[in-house]
Design a protein around this ligand. Sequence first.
Ligand code: PGA
Ligand code: ZN
Length: 412
Amino acid sequence: MKKLIKEIKGYEVLDSRGNPTVAARVILNDSSEGFAISPSGASTGAYEAHELRDNDKSRYGGKGVSEAVTNINDKIYPALVGMDCENQTKIDETINSLDPTESKKVLGANATLAVSLAAAKAAANHFKMPLFKYLGGVNATVLPRPMMNILNGGAHAKNNIDIQEFMIVPTAQIPFSENIRKCTEIYHTLGSLLKNYDITGVGDEGGFAPNLKDDETAIELICSAIEKAGYTTDEFKIALDVASSEWYDSRDGFYYLPKRQKKLASSELIEYYANLTQKYPIISLEDPLSEDDWGSWKIMTEKMGSELQLVGDDLFVTNATRLEIGFDYRAANAVLIKPNQIGTLSETLEVIRLAQKNNYSTILSHRSGETEDTTIADIAVATNCGQIKTGAPCRTDRVAKYNRLLMIESML
Ligand code: PGA
Ligand code: ZN
């Protein structure tokens, strides 16, 4: 057999914030190769798989990942050598068997994910198939709807906006490339509207990062940009990623908005969302409540879940066990899928299947710290996940995923 794993190499490379991250190369005995890079988040959920960093202050301010790279070279490589690259489940189980912790604390999910994805890419290359086809087969035919993040706040920007992401979402069933064109036109129109504002540049995900009177002004400006670009708010809706776990204090159960210095009870926050969604064409709210506030999630889903997409990111952390808790609580109705939150491809695919089986919507997602790696684009198409979040049409780390989807569209 020519598809056995012959060699695996780990590397310390850089992400879009200039922080080290882990890359892996998997080489088969027919010389087919796969290469993948793990991303890294800023507003990470408390229940995510562990991102292993050296904490050696003399290198990269403690953010080095040389230990994770050593884990690939010294532990994962010897365990996987000689394995059939087509058996992804077995590969991922073998990786997991090397780490007795639930959260991949020993190996680091940054190490495990890079190898897991690189193995799948090596297999796809062996079969001379694009990754989306190798993973999705004949079902891989539908491009995801872009949720394009065009204005950044929260932990992703140095401005005065508390909500982390303001996205536009096209509603029409038109080709992906048409949606990208229109979304990009709106992005540029927003840029020209912001010329008269105090703007701090772009945030981590390429959206503009202005200082504004309040967060609502951001939504108003986006609505104006949609119309000024020649479209309507029927054609383009708004989605927000509140990332409110960043605001939550579990000691007293209140939300503290750090930039506006506001303190809100969960009931007040839900009221705020009810007003916002009445007033503006909002169709989706991500992490409107904290990862630890299950009771409020239940109340909010009961109240607003039939009309709004309510997305659990920090809440579910791409983890099947947490998603099952969500089903029990009837909390949220959609799940954000970030492969590095769980640390292997098989577990990522399992969570997507579980969500789809239970009628929760799925959204493939990048991280705020990204690279040229475009694997999420292929996973989105392979799984028919429906939606993708991969930032603004700005910064190559974001644009690379859109460009990969445009190439996939041309292949279908
Ligand atoms: P993160 O942000 O990568 O910083 O966690 C992305 C998100 O919250 O969706
Ligand atoms: Zn999020």
